[in-house]
Ligand binder design. Structure first.
Ligand code: FEO
Length: 120
């Protein structure tokens, strides 16, 4: 399933998980992708994107672990595959790679993250 990709690329209420910490971190992920899209030659922006993703995934995985969420292993594998991919990005980040991040984040939140709503 493919969802509408916001442009300009920023979080909106359609991405709400109803967990304040997670929603705030998700806003930072959108900002991280936005920064790379705006400044694809910036190593600082690319490093920042990797950092916010790693930070958020670790926190989200900890919450899933604490809740004994039944899909936590599959969800973690999806995170890791994404981190592997963007960890190989180099500057200048290409348009296709930026678009991949935009699509991935929107679809990941609405497909995978939404599955844990009410369970963490
Ligand atoms: Fe909010 Fe699974 O990333």
């Amino acid at each position: 399933m493919s969802f509408f990709i916001p442009e300009p690329y920023c979080w909106d209420e359609s991405f709400k998980t109803f967990y304040e910490q997670i929603d705030n971190e998700h806003k930072g992920l959108f900002q991280g992708v936005f920064n790379v899209a705006r400044t694809p030659k910036s190593q600082i922006c690319l490093d920042g994107l990797n950092h916010v993703m790693q930070y958020h995934f670790a926190n989200e995985q900890a919450l899933m672990e604490t809740a004994n969420y039944h899909l936590r292993k599959e969800h973690t594998a999806i995170h890791n595959a994404f981190l592997d991919r963007i960890g190989k990005y180099t500057v200048p980040v290409g348009i296709a790679d930026i678009q991949y991040c935009k699509d991935w984040l929107v679809n990941h939140i609405k497909v995978n993250d939404f599955k844990y709503r009410g369970m963490l």
